[in-house]
Design a protein around this ligand. Structure first.
Ligand code: SF4
Ligand code: SF4
Length: 335
């Protein structure tokens, strides 16, 4: 066993993963805590909070580490983390994502190198801010963003033994899928070396205040009858972060309108029209995707026989630009 020493052995070292279902935050927390407890001579605990068991819901995963002589007797959520890892840059829109970050802390976020989100000005001025394009590295290596972000985390917090964390990552997958284990190893190593440290981004003085989530709807604010009047959606009607970094791109030229994609789409996002000319039998044609309901599961692209649907990285505003509304004028209650 390799003895790892925390930056301050008198205190817990706390890490919070901010993610959405499907990006692997829960698995990353499990791997990290397991490696710390079994092979780094640390105490550790890990747990996650999430909503429905489907891709697209908010996931928070917590890892608390302590010195071997300091037992962990709490399973409270981590309000004031030393490190926050943001698995999807759209989450930065919400204040709660980086709430509680210590001024001595580290903020790691997954985004392409095309500018710095304005929302990062809310970070503590003294904190370290690190960007890594985990989504594209994961796509290139046929891995998942969690492998990349674990690599970046070990580079940002060097007391975590990178070899041990990588071994734990490999162990988790090698029985089930040796190819995935090799892909994860490549992704992990790229995450540990291809990140970029941003300077002068945060503007806040001191530690960030803690925010505790509370329900949007309560007995005073719920609509009469408990109805959420936006079909197929959440009350906030904001799906910008409900996909996992990828979205299907439709090329009408290649489509043979076979309908196979519609048989596998779990959320009925594919938009069809009936076209008829000169009294012919009406033809059912695929027009595109209503991204308002699409969770980016990629079943449609795996099923399409002609590559009319392909996987692309979601960039800000792309889904809005390409969306074909399922309902004329938008969903009832939208806007
Ligand atoms: S599976 Fe592909 S070819 Fe068939 S309707 Fe869907 S997009 Fe078109
Ligand atoms: S990725 Fe394809 S199958 Fe999955 S929800 Fe979106 S349109 Fe449907």
């Amino acid at each position: 066993m390799n003895k790892c020493v925390l930056p301050d052995p008198e205190k817990f070292f706390e890490i919070r993963f901010e993610s959405i279902g499907g990006l692997g935050a829960h698995a990353a927390g499990q791997i990290l805590a397991r490696a710390a407890v079994l092979d780094m001579d640390l105490n550790g605990s890990h747990f996650s909070s999430y909503g429905s068991e489907k891709k697209g819901s908010v996931v928070r995963s917590y890892v608390r580490l302590g010195a071997s002589d300091r037992p962990i007797r709490t399973s409270a959520p981590i309000d004031s983390p030393d490190v926050i890892v943001v698995f999807h840059s759209a989450l930065l829109e919400q204040d709660i994502t980086i709430a509680g970050l210590k001024q001595s802390g580290v903020l790691i976020f997954n985004a392409a190198a095309d500018g710095v989100p304005d929302t990062l000005a809310r970070a503590p001025a003294a904190s370290r801010v690190i960007r890594i394009d985990a989504t594209n590295i994961a796509i290139e290596e046929l891995s998942r963003p969690n492998a990349v972000l674990l690599g970046t985390l070990t580079a940002a917090a060097p007391f975590l033994d990178a070899d041990i964390v990588l071994r734990a990552l490999t162990e988790k997958f090698k029985q089930r899928n040796p190819q995935a284990a090799a892909a994860n190893e490549r992704a992990f190593k790229r995450g540990a070396s291809e990140f970029e440290e941003l300077h002068g981004v945060g503007q806040a003085e001191g530690d960030l205040p803690i925010i505790r989530p509370s329900p949007v709807l309560g007995y005073e604010t719920a609509p009469i009858g408990g109805v959420i009047p936006y079909p197929g959606n959440t009350i906030s009607n904001d799906l910008s972060m409900s996909r996992t970094g990828w979205m299907p791109l439709f090329d009408e030229e290649k489509c043979i309108h076979c309908g196979l994609c519609a048989t596998v789409c779990p959320d009925f996002c594919l938009v069809w029209t009936h076209e008829q000319s000169n009294g012919d039998v009406p033809k059912v044609r695929l027009k595109g995707v209503d991204y308002q309901y699409c969770k980016g599961c990629m079943r449609c692209i795996e099923t399409c026989p002609t590559e009319a649907l392909t996987r692309v990285t979601e960039t800000p505003g792309l889904a809005d630009r390409l969306r074909v509304p399922l309902y004329a004028g938008g969903a009832p209650g939208e806007n």
